[in-house]
Design a protein. Structure first.
Length: 267
């Protein structure tokens, strides 16, 4: 059992057929935290309007989070764009889970982090309505390829491999959009007087230092299967759980908050 100070999760997309709930459940069963932040798109209400895909594993994820909250873990839910209906309930508490529009977290090293989903930066990233539509549809196609390629890999005894993330990492336009998003998030944190920002939304896990601001994107549980963790000493770590789930142990790359590199890779 890994006992950490804080866990940051986003873009789980429960209710979506591409949600990797089995890997997330494995992660939750082997981790314990004082605080868990859910940074948006936990439920995919958009996908469920078209087709509800709710597996026993997805239900178990919800039950696990509720159980952790009942057992003393502080669970804070900051809705995103796919679960934006919950933003109307910000400031309220549902049982043991708090709903907020944004959050502020101070690490054990005293770093003040701005917490948000990140869809508010879309206008600064998009290249236009057509490009946004094209990007959404291409991503859906990538997820289709990702889903079927991993079914074949599992049938052959192979491990999970994110084909969608691999392809996106080699598309220049995608990298440009990621850079614009990072710039917008860092600028927002800097204007607001924070030492860093933690967000999700774009499904691209990363820890980096830019303009003196710590930028953390905790990734997603659609194609990357990643979580951001604050260790007890205040260092920030990205866990790529899918690659390690067969051995039931994660191999993180830990990065002290005061010594963030230009970019850190997920294990």
């Amino acid at each position: 059992m890994l006992h950490c100070r804080t866990i940051f999760l986003s873009d789980i997309h429960l209710g979506n057929k591409d949600c990797q709930a089995t890997y997330l459940l494995n992660f939750l069963n082997q981790t314990k935290a004082d605080t868990i932040y859910l940074l948006g798109d936990i439920l995919d209400l958009w996908a469920m309007q078209k087709q509800v895909c709710w597996s026993p594993e997805q239900n178990a994820v919800i039950q696990n989070l509720l159980a952790k909250a009942d057992q003393g873990t502080e669970v804070i839910y900051i809705p995103g764009n796919h679960d934006e209906e919950f933003r109307h309930w910000a400031g309220r508490q549902f049982g043991t889970i708090k709903l907020q529009l944004r959050g502020c977290h101070t690490t054990a090293l005293g770093k003040k982090l701005l917490l948000l989903h990140g869809d508010e930066f879309d206008k600064e990233v998009n290249f236009g309505r057509f490009h946004a539509w094209l990007g959404d549809n291409l991503y859906d196609f990538l997820l289709f390829l990702n889903r079927w390629s991993n079914r074949i890999r599992r049938a052959l005894g192979g491990r999970y491999f994110s084909l969608a993330a691999f392809i996106k990492s080699r598309v220049p336009g995608a990298q440009q959009a990621i850079a614009r998003y990072r710039d917008a998030a860092v600028a927002k944190a800097k204007r607001s007087g924070f030492d860093g920002v933690v967000c999700g939304h774009i499904h691209h896990p990363e820890i980096s230092l830019q303009d003196g601001i710590i930028y953390c994107n905790d990734g997603d549980w659609i194609d990357n299967c990643t979580a951001l963790i604050e260790q007890q000493d205040g260092s920030l770590t990205l866990y790529h759980w899918a690659e390690q789930s067969h051995t039931l142990a994660a191999m993180p790359i830990a990065v002290p908050a005061e010594e963030q590199p230009a970019q850190s890779k997920v294990a």
